[in-house]
Design a protein around this ligand. Sequence first.
Ligand code: GDP
Length: 516
Amino acid sequence: GLEGATDEDTDLESRPPVVTIMGHVDHGKTSLLDALRKADVAAHEAGGITQHIGAYQVTVPDGSRVTFIDTPGHAAFTAMRARGASVTDMVVLVVAADDGVMPQTIEAINHAKAANVPLIVAVNKIDKPGVNPDRVRQELLQHEIVVESLGGETQEVEVSATQKINLDKLLEAITLQAELLDLRANPDRAAEGTVIESKLDRGRGPVATVLVQKGTLKQGEIVVAGAEWGRVRAMLDDKGRQLKSAGPSLPVEILGLSGVPTAGENFVAVEDEGRAREISDFRQRKLREKVSAAHTAGRGTLAEMLARVQLGEQKEVAVVVKADVQGSAEAIGVTLGKLGNEEVRVRVLHSAVGQITESDIQLAKASGAVVVAFNVRATTQAREMAQRDGVDIRYYSIIYEVSDDIEKLYKGKLAPVQREKFLGYAQILQVFEVKRVGNVAGCRVTEGVVKRGCGVRLLRDGVVIHQGELSTLRRFKDDVREVGNGLECGMSFANYNDIRVDDQIECYEVETVAAA
Ligand code: GDP
């Protein structure tokens, strides 16, 4: 085996590009992936039944090939990147001509920028009457995507996925971009790559789709995928054909692993079972360490980032900004953009209006960024993901506090780090006016617990309207320390009275974490 060998320039041969399609929901990602797959000139020869394996390769009329990741959207893209895998060479950004640039279009742009991957714009649905692709070009300009017809460098193609207009032009644009990138790999070495998809099949056992990135994978070889290993019993492409070997940029489904690896994990062919066991044991140990580290309080990107800044290892502080209104998002973006010094750069990866979503957490996780929440909160799923993945969300309601914190962070002075720990949610069912106390909220705890004296954030229609402290917490007539899920209680807020039925109360504690 040649595992671990370095590749000399002379060993490198041109390889097909790997493309991910991204864009706003309903702009036609799935339709375009379907249409491109049907445009494959080799599909007819194969005659096989196409199967979904998470990625497929098409042959373009000129004979060159293109690999598409068959999971549209940036969730998979960023999830893979978060595991350290860089799979995609370029992104096709689908923008529906009748809808224009939308929030997920902007997210996709920022995900691609953060990964340093070039974009090709596909303006879709041009078959629709009265659409204006010029508007799309102008809107993209506002997000620093300058298409060629406006004098920029980003290729653009007007397409219709359903009417199959200009699909050849899109494939040409991809091929051209691939030439510019000069994509190469050594096919004559042990195979290495990334797991794209995996599942446990009833009849076939663990099945993983892997993208070969270097070398050539051969049937019968022993591979380690994530922490699993096994001998490749069979290898199939997306057309259901049995293959004996698979070279760079080819996605293949492999059978024979001992267990199901995770998408985004690395796979590598090794010389023998002993080596496979060794690598898989090592990875399993790492995995266990990671899991226990994630459960240890105080480990998170902010503390880690700070430590790295202090050690001089960190050259960039990356931030994802979510705010309640556009004006605040922009103001924070501008303020942060001005920060930084010779040693450390401050970079805003993404700035948008709305709740913090899983996409934001994935982006932050993949880029080692901190999430700045300005008068907004995280969705339940995003919060859980952030907690699990150790991504820090910092909540603010005053703009200069944001810049203050980030400034401290890049100067390595933000110590000790304060972390917010989510406690629970309560819903206001009734509001009572109580003499000398003010308004008291009759609530039900809807998730987690509420604790005496904890931090509270009052949400009206998902927007934070007040942040402060709980001043009283009662059950029936008694002061209590804590009220659990499903129970009713009375709450009042320090120096705050504007509460209404249906307002939601998010409760949290602040814990201090020693930096580094
Ligand atoms: P996705 O959410 O981005 O994957 O979008 P889909 O591919 O599911 O498409 C959303 C809707 O737009 C579907 O009803 C498609 O039929 C329609 N659609 C997609 N591409 C085109 C197109 O080029 N022209 C027209 N007229 N409709 C399209």
